[in-house]
Design a protein around this ligand. Structure first.
Ligand code: ATP
Ligand SMILES: Cc1cn([C@H]2C[C@H](O)[C@@H](COP(=O)(O)O)O2)c(=O)[nH]c1=O
Length: 789
């Protein structure tokens, strides 16, 4: 199955990053992302360090508070912040927000008090909310319109590849700080931890680079959408007030024709001096009237453009995870969460993020209990983030031949088991390795889940799915991280002693065990929902075959041959039922979805078939013996399967055939009154047992279908009304006997409605999503940071 190229393909990323001004902005965004992660780690760590000597409950509450301050402002204040940021200059906003955050985070270890830590963290988080719309505006001003989507995605990636890097740096510096503290007591203490001072310079560097990036210096609300046509004659006078660019636009190194730019100067008429004052006055008045009219038109055009731009922004807001997370969640649950499969996918994805969130929430305290302090937290966090990135990247390539749905459930289960072991075995090295596994399972499940969820969604709601999933995932992760320290506090730490053996029961460990068990239940539920039907190939058989890269033996539906990987769909029905119409509609839809689709029909889709078709339908052969007729149709089919259908299915294509075996069973069996079982046997042999996964029967009274055809009739169409009635009943009998394989549709309805009904039935049969595209979708992996995702 072929799929369209992904936005995130490396070649495309390179081509967007080749735009120098954007590259500079991207470096700034990446540093800002790095600073985000570093500051989160530093604040959580410092909160624990500063409260070490307080009552035992305080460190837990402090960690919970720090994490809550990352979640709540984003959830509740993003929309008003975005509205305010729309009025600000994007460059100043980017620079100001990062510089302010840098200074705030620098002040926190210097002041060294929990109350200031929380206040500064809140202010910094609030400042960060202004960055998302500014970033959006900046990107729009730096790259050609057609590249904006790619640039957005690449900017988003900056938000999560930086996570493991930040955690690694944090762990190393925290380790170095510990060693220095041991060597020189003056360098010990909460304020001396080097890792706490890393975020500020990184954020300040991000601000400095954003300052030098040629970001278009105008608020988003004032950015015109289109470059105007140059005026035919340059005007000597000033344009009207609302035509003036609000600020000078800096030159950027991209194709100027593709960029947005300010409205140009107004056009005026050159008026030659005339000797006759009356005539001159009349001409002057006409010129003024003309000019007033032109200005009014220009103003109306500008107003319409602004309204359209504002409307576009409002629409974007509705799905904007960064600018309206609450709205995104509300709309997303409504559109993506209906149906058993989407619900199971969402439950699994959010469950695994919540489990990962629990690890983030108790990670710092757990690392302390395991004697690894800030460095240990950095390692746990880094392993979790690196695992998630690996899971996302490897997801599409993992066990390509294995069912994605089963793999989704298995990835969730593996992640839950790894978390369970972290909770049960209090060992830092093991916890680090297992955190990597938790992250990888979560990342893998995320990739698969998001792709399946997108595939399940209806066309119009589809584009909003990644933003929704990202917002929901991030909310689940942070909500779990905020809550997790609280039960850990209630449970407390205990030591169990059985003779000489002791076992440390850590409150944070118990929380992880509880989270893991909940995640395991979710994994089992999802696996059962995803696992297809009874009679499917057993899991172990499929897994072993996928690991060895060989076809699955004994797969359901295999006849004399192994079942090819593609999908075989047949449309059946009487004359004029609308089969060709629906084949056309379905192929357009599926090609749009990125699948390779082969449409075909019987009789007459091969060279031999064309000759057979001519023989069969030619009225010259009226009275042909029914057995000869059945055999000729079977002969056409044998050639058709061999030449067209099987090769396409082996390539993994979706084959949609207009008529197949059931037509012979209905026409020659019921219509000509031949024994249906004998015809079935002949056809089974002719097709080597190839049975479609789905047969759509378009059911229509025979006279209605024949009336639709009009014009001349062929040998079969010209048969009596009774013959066609028997054919119709023949089809309905077949459908009744094999209901699982059939979809019977009332073909009297409008064609569009029929298409939708068939689409609903086909969707679950579609092949598992294939890698390349999944990468485009999974660029939305939720991350713990805020604005770049
Ligand atoms: N749902 C529908 N409602 C009304 N007219 C329809 C509908 N679907 C198709 N038609 C019209 O009916 C005629 C026959 O449609 P179509 O060729 O798709 O049917 P068919 O089943 O492939 O016919 P045949 O049996 O000849 O292969 C065409 O003119 C088509 O535009
Ligand atoms: C496959 C098949 C077809 N027929 C009949 C049904 C139709 O009258 C023609 C095919 O023409 P269409 O308009 O292209 O559908 O052939 C049949 O009698 N038996 C068959 O197996």
């Amino acid at each position: 199955m072929s799929r369209s190229a992904s936005l995130g393909a490396p070649g495309e990323a390179r081509s967007v990053l080749a735009i120098k001004p954007f590259r500079r902005l991207w470096i700034s965004l990446s540093l800002s992302g790095l600073g985000d992660w570093l500051s989160l780690l530093a604040m959580v760590s410092l909160a624990v360090v500063l409260t070490r000597d307080a009552a035992p409950a305080v460190p837990y509450l402090a960690v919970s508070g720090v994490l809550a301050l990352r979640l709540l402002p984003w959830l509740l204040l993003s929309a008003p912040a975005a509205r305010a940021a729309d009025r600000l200059d994007p460059r100043f906003t980017l620079v100001g927000a990062d510089a302010l955050r840098g200074l705030l985070y620098l002040s926190v270890p210097l002041v060294g008090r929990l109350d200031w830590l929380l206040a500064a963290h809140l202010l910094a988080e609030a400042a960060a909310l202004f960055r998302a719309p500014a970033k959006e505006a900046a990107i729009g001003g730096l790259v050609p319109k057609k590249r904006v989507a790619q640039a957005d995605r690449i900017a988003l990636l900056a938000g999560y590849w930086t996570a493991p890097v930040a955690a690694g740096l944090f762990a190393v510096l925290a380790g170095v700080g510990t060693v220095l503290g041991a060597l020189a007591p003056a360098l010990a203490g909460p304020r001396a931890d080097l890792a706490l001072y890393l975020a500020p310079p990184v954020l300040l560097a991000a601000a400095a680079i954003a300052w030098t990036a040629p970001v278009q210096g105008r608020p988003r609300t004032e950015r015109p959408e289109k470059r105007p046509e140059p005026a035919p004659e340059p005007a000597p006078q000033q344009p009207a007030a609302d035509e003036q660019p609000t600020q000078e636009v800096r030159t950027v190194e991209v194709d100027p024709n593709e960029l947005t730019a300010p409205i140009g100067t107004a056009e005026t008429l050159q008026v030659p001096a005339l000797p006759d004052p009356e005539e001159q006055k009349a001409k002057e008045e006409a010129r003024k009237a003309e000019e007033a009219k032109r200005k009014a038109e220009e103003r109306a055009r500008l107003r319409a453009e602004r309204q359209a731009a504002a409307e576009e922004r409002r629409k974007a807001r509705r799905t904007g995870s960064e600018t309206d997370p609450l709205g995104t969640l509300r709309d997303g649950f409504r559109s993506a969460g209906s149906g058993a499969l989407p619900r199971a996918l969402l439950l699994g994805m959010l469950g695994s993020f919540a489990a990962g969130g629990a690890l983030v929430g108790v990670g710092r305290i757990l690392a302390d209990r395991l004697g690894a302090g800030s460095a240990g937290f950095g390692v746990l966090f880094g392993a979790l983030a690196a695992g998630a990135v690996l899971g996302v990247l490897a997801g599409p390539r993992t066990l390509r031949q294995f069912s994605r749905r089963r793999l989704f459930g298995l990835a969730l289960g593996a992640s839950a088991v790894a978390l369970l072991l972290i909770g049960l075995i209090p060992n830092m090295a093991l916890a680090a390795v297992l955190s990597l596994a938790v992250g990888a399972g979560t990342g893998l499940a995320w990739t698969i889940g998001l792709t399946l969820l997108t595939q399940e969604a209806d066309g119009p709601t589809r584009p909003a799915i990644p933003a929704f999933a990202y917002t929901a995932g991030r909310t689940a992760l942070f909500a779990a991280a905020v809550v997790a320290p609280l039960p850990a506090l209630l449970i407390g730490d205990h030591t169990l002693a059985v003779r000489e053996l002791t076992y440390d029961v850590l409150g944070s460990g118990v929380v992880l065990v509880i989270a893991a068990l909940a995640a395991l239940v979710v994994a089992v539920l999802c696996y059962r929902r995803m696992n297809g039907e009874p009679g499917d190939v057993p899991l172990v058989t499929e897994l072993l075959a996928a690991l060895r890269g060989v076809p699955v033996p004994g797969d359901k539906g295999a006849g004399e041959q192994e079942r090819p990987p593609g999908t075989f769909i047949v449309l059946e029905g009487g004359e004029g039922a609308g089969k060709s119409t629906q084949v056309g509609q379905l192929s357009v839809w599926l090609r749009d979805e990125g699948f390779e689709v082969v449409t075909t029909r019987e009789p007459g889709s091969t060279r031999l078939g064309m000759r057979l078709r001519a023989l069969l339908l030619d009225k010259e052969h009226t009275g042909m013996s029914p057995r000869a007729e059945a055999l000729l149709y079977a002969a056409d089919r044998a050639d058709h399967v061999n030449e067209v259908i099987l090769p396409a299915l082996r390539r993994g294509a979706i084959v949609i055939s207009d008529r197949y075996v059931d037509s012979t069973l209905a026409y020659q069996g019921a219509g000509r009154d031949l024994p249906v079982s004998e015809i079935a046997r002949i056809n089974d042999w002719a097709t080597a047992g190839l049975v479609p996964q789905l047969t759509v029967l378009l059911d229509l009274p025979a006279e209605d279908g024949l009336a639709r055809l009009g014009g001349t009739t062929d040998r079969i169409e010209a048969e009596s009304q009774e013959f066609h009635d028997r054919v119709r009943r023949g089809f309905l009998d077949l459908a009744e006997r094999d209901a699982g394989r059939y979809l019977v549709v009332d073909a009297r309805g409008p064609a569009e409605q029929i298409t939708r009904e068939i689409q609903r039935r086909i969707r679950p049969l579609l092949p598992d999503p294939v890698p390349q595209d999944a990468e485009a979708i999974t660029g939305m992996m939720p991350v713990v940071k805020d604005d770049e995702g």
